[in-house]
Design a protein around this ligand. Structure first.
Ligand code: FAD
Length: 396
């Protein structure tokens, strides 16, 4: 049986929409929410469930500083800063509109250094970013240990960043999904999308296991799976990067006052439900999502290095998810030039929870031919930079 024979005609056959959004992660849910809010008829389609993949696996850190001292002028840095500001008031807005609390935790982030090289790197970051990130401060070792007693005494200094917060990744995603549904979007779960349906160079719909769905615009927000619709090239533009994490429950005597994040080591993130997330591995393992003994061993070294007293915390559970990595580390956002009516939003790698809400807003504005929000320069995120997009992908 050929793969397309899996597509069944159902009562969805004649359904037409202004926009079909493929993928109900944080990006697709935000796109759908913003389009539905503007009065467009939207279908949001997922092969599994809303917030079923990377957007439920994430630590939820809103941390645009990244892993190295970036250039303030870099488009990703500008997008990250705008995305962080975009969260201001978003928790209250979404709570009011949807009843969902996105679990925003307003504790500051501490980036500790344990040797001279680490101190030099963080101080360079501080020098470059102090005028852009409100409240950024350099703290010497003794002071760091005083404000965060769970850090080991070997800490040499730390960057304190009060504006970088964290959220519950699944909840922000589900809040957007519910917000979209409240405004009339049609959420279709358990419905893998296959080929794009084209008339000439223009996309007019998608095939799905529940029948074809038609729309003037298709927005692909399929996370690590997006390359399914890309023209075959030697370098896939978007690919899965596995991350394993675990949750701990600490007694009140081990109260963590900060998110602790160390370059090349990992992060310890206090969550709104009282658990502490420990993350995360970075693995090239295809679409495998198994939690492994080696993964847990890595996470235990993160605890031992950053907050050794948390060795006494109770292990709650562990999980793995697939980040949508991109070939040059930058997201893909905007219209495809190769297929008219096709829009792409993906490849947000380790920052999709930070960038997803704003990305959804941007894509929704551009689809409606409005100007780019916040005057952001999106050229570096051109989705065709690795080659064209393709209608001929089959259901996998
Ligand atoms: C361990 C870990 C820790 C992380 N920590 C952070 C963090 O602290 N901060 C941060 O900002 N980011 C973090 N991230 C990254 C973040 O989770 C991702 O960048 C973000 O969730 C990507 O969102 P998305 O909507 O693009 O993809 P996803 O959430 O993966 O959503 C894509 C959706 O598309 C659907 N789909 C795929 N193919 C099809 C198809 N053929 N038909 C229909 N539907 C389809 C999938 O089922 C899925 O639901 C982390 C990720 C991991 C794994």
């Amino acid at each position: 049986m050929r793969k397309q024979d899996n597509y069944k005609d159902t009562n969805m056959q004649k359904e037409t929409y202004d926009v079909v959004v493929v993928g109900a992660g944080v990006v697709g849910c935000s796109v759908s929410y913003h389009l539905a809010k503007s009065g467009l008829k939207v279908a949001l389609v997922d092969k599994g469930s809303a917030a079923g993949e990377a957007s439920q696996a994430a630590a939820g850190m809103l941390a645009p500083l990244g892993d190295e001292a970036p250039n303030q002028e870099h488009p990703l840095q500008q997008l990250g800063m705008a995305a962080l500001g975009y969260y201001d008031g978003l928790d209250e807005q979404l709570k009011q509109e949807t009843g969902i609390d996105i679990g925003l935790v307003d504790v500051p982030t501490l980036r500790p250094a344990f040797d001279e090289q680490g101190v030099a790197q963080l101080q360079a970051l501080f020098t470059r970013q102090q005028h852009f990130l409100p409240g950024l401060q350099w703290l010497d070792g003794s002071l760091v240990h005083k404000i965060e007693p769970l850090l080991p005494e070997t800490v040499q200094g730390a960057l304190l960043s009060p504006y970088e917060r964290s959220v519950q990744a699944a909840r922000i995603t589900l809040a957007y999904a519910r917000g979209a549904a409240i405004r009339g979007a049609h959420l279709v779960e358990g419905c893998p999308v296959g080929r794009l349906i084209r008339q000439g160079q223009r996309v007019v719909g998608v095939e799905t296991t529940q029948g074809p769905m038609y729309a003037g615009v298709i927005a692909l927000a399929a996370g690590a799976w997006a390359t399914q619709w890309h023209t075959r090239t030697s370098i896939p533009p978007i690919f899965p990067v596995k991350g394993q994490m675990m949750a701990l429950q600490a007694p009140p005597s081990l109260h963590l006052r900060h998110t602790v994040y160390a370059y090349g080591v990992g992060g310890i993130v206090p969550k709104s439900n009282g658990t502490i997330y420990v993350g995360s591995t970075v693995e090239q393992a295809g679409f495998d999502k198994a939690v492994t003994a080696g993964g847990i061993a890595t996470l235990l070294t993160v605890v031992a290095k950053l907050t050794p007293d948390l060795n006494r915390a109770r292990f709650v559970h562990a999980w793995a998810g697939l980040r949508p990595g991109s070939a040059d580390g930058l997201p893909l956002i905007g219209p495809s030039q190769s297929v008219q009516g096709l829009w792409i939003a993906g490849g947000h790698f380790r920052d999709g929870i930070l960038l997803g809400p704003l990305t959804g807003h941007i894509l929704a504005e551009l689809i409606q031919k409005h100007s780019t929000p916040f005057g952001l320069d999106l050229q570096a995120f051109n989705p065709d930079r690795f080659g064209g997009w393709d209608s001929a992908s089959s259901l996998t």
